[in-house]
Design a binder for this molecule. Structure first.
Ligand SMILES: [Zn+2]
Length: 287
């Protein structure tokens, strides 16, 4: 039986995200308007959102994803590797069945180029039809903060709904089974999903808030950055204290049930984290 290290949530969890958000809000407040004028003098809005937006997303995904892969591969530096959540003897880990990395990378790239890129393009032109223009105002820091909070909330509600549905027998067998080929997840497995799940479970929850709130493209880029980093980390199998709490999603991959939410909020609301909390308490008593 695999033992989980049930790291408790810490005060410093999300330190990275809080720091990044602070820096982004400062940038928006003091340089946002100037930077936006500078960019719009050089590229059109569609080039900025689709070409630069998609490239930025790829750079973030692989720029953060590859170091996680290297950490898995070399198990060094130990100061980071020690935060591995599933406590499996290395011998057993080596022997356990694995998704070949080349197969995982191929599926992730297919989802990115055949899923994310057309989705982002379609969404952008739909928003332009609704009146989204280069003149969308640079928001003040508190409006941007509220928009980000709204995006997080909308994502958690829709991700929970989609993920919970995917665990119904029919959808699990046809679709979500692919994602659960990883019993001990790795970072890039966040996009190792059936194509339908990539649209319904990954893209719609992330971009529904963009359609509803129509934030400035700078806010959209920042949102993409934090949501991608968070998705990679919560699938990484590590519980770095300075990152978002990731133990519940790792537990979900191992047990293939419960803890469906992205940030835990909806699980608390619907009580779908009961089994996880019970196991956590038992672990605490024993250790
Ligand atoms: Zn699942």
């Amino acid at each position: 039986m695999v033992r989980f290290k049930y790291y408790p949530p810490l005060f410093i969890n999300n330190l990275i995200f809080l720091t990044l958000t602070g820096l982004f809000l400062l940038f928006l407040e003091f340089m946002g308007a100037k930077a936006w004028t500078w960019i719009m003098e050089r590229v059109s809005l569609d080039v900025f959102v689709i070409v630069i937006g998609f490239t930025f997303y790829l750079l973030i995904f692989w720029g953060v994803g590859v170091p996680y892969l290297l950490l898995d591969r070399f198990k060094k530096p130990y100061s980071l590797y020690k935060y591995k959540i599933q406590d499996i003897p290395e011998e057993r880990r080596r022997k356990s069945p694995k998704v070949p990395l080349s197969k995982a990378i191929a599926r992730v790239l297919a989802n990115q180029f055949l899923g994310t890129l057309p989705f982002l393009t379609g969404l952008f032109y739909f928003m332009v039809k609704l009146g989204y223009t280069v003149n969308v105002a640079i928001p003040s820091w508190w409006v941007a903060l509220l928009q980000l909070a709204g995006l997080i909330l909308i994502e958690d509600v829709l991700f929970f709904a989609a993920h919970h549905t995917m665990h119904r027998k029919y959808f699990f067998k046809k679709i979500h089974r692919v994602h659960h080929e990883y019993r001990e997840s790795i970072a890039i497995a966040t996009h190792y999903v059936h194509f339908v799940e990539h649209i319904v479970g990954n893209l719609i929850p992330v971009f529904a808030g963009v359609l509803l709130l129509q934030p400035h493209p700078f806010v959209v880029l920042f949102w993409i950055m934090i949501v991608v980093i968070n998705a990679l980390h919560t699938h990484s199998g590590y519980a770095f204290p300075w990152m978002a709490y990731s133990v519940h999603h790792d537990w979900h991959h191992y047990h293939v049930n419960g803890s469906f939410s992205a940030i835990g909020l909806m699980d608390q609301l619907f009580g779908t984290d009961k089994a996880f909390n019970k196991a956590k308490e038992e672990y605490k008593k024993k250790n």
